[in-house]
Write a protein that binds this ligand. Sequence first.
Ligand SMILES: Nc1ncnc2c1ncn2[C@@H]1O[C@H](COP(=O)(O)OP(=O)(O)OP(=O)(O)O)[C@@H](O)[C@H]1O
Ligand SMILES: [Mg+2]
Length: 285
Amino acid sequence: MSIIEKALAKQQQKNTQNTGTSDQTSGQQQVKNNIADVAPKTALTLDKKSLSERGYLIDNGTRHSIKDEFRQIKRKLLNNAFGNAAKTLHHSNLIMVSSAKPNEGKTFVAINLALSIALEQDKTVLLIDADVLRPSVVRELGVQENPGIIDYLLGDSEQVSDIIYDTDIDKLKLIPAGKPHHLSNELLASEKMATFANELANRYPDRIVIFDCPPLIGATETLVLANLMGQALIVVEESKTTIADIQAATEHLNENLALGLVLNKAIRSHKDLYGYYGYGYGTKD
Ligand SMILES: Nc1ncnc2c1ncn2[C@@H]1O[C@H](COP(=O)(O)OP(=O)(O)OP(=O)(O)O)[C@@H](O)[C@H]1O
Ligand SMILES: [Mg+2]
């Protein structure tokens, strides 16, 4: 039963209890008003000041370096998604952000990438919190909790559109993780998730979809999820992630995936050590 259906049932029960009769017309009117309360689809307001203070790419004229770094990363991803390479990729517009282990900066990179793509004139970006066991996108953005991907996979939210939220950044849309569930990682590896990814790729082919995913080592579901994506961005924490970690994280990935590495938390002068996307963000400038 969807949230709206539940609200309807609850309201109908309340009306009958209150009046003892069924005044259909006024009852229905009241139900309509309550649906608006239960499922507000007003745009979510990001806490931009706090985001900017924590190093996120908010377009307020400052932090040019981080903007440039993400511009480089995003160009490559957009080319893969919509350029010539797109023909060779399955679901080229679906991009997962993951890492070998926890806490290497996946959410930081996923959000910044989404913000950077939202700055493009003609691109819409959908950011999905797919790290369903340790969701943090909603908290990082400073927006309110809402039903999300888990509610959809459980069947509690019926339409994909029920769980896609507009934000006050014009081209940025969000799907939160939704309510915690003990089988949430298993749900990510479900058949319904595969159908969902297919629908996102086909219904919104001109939209970049970024999945903030769980780490790869120790979570087989992340590998299953990777099979639904056209591109993967693996975050590597400088001085912490070992080559062995990177190998273990990437060796079982589908070989057709366009794979990029992002060097995170790097001291700026080291940033060119990694030739790939070479993203570095230092605290020393
Ligand atoms: N480049 C960076 N500059 C400054 N702070 C960063 C950077 N990257 C990550 N952080 C901070 O490091 C912490 C961990 O980052 P984040 O939450 O993005 O990692 P994660 O890989 O998503 O972690 P988890 O595995 O728990 O989901 C956060 O407090 C984040 O704000
Ligand atoms: Mg995270």
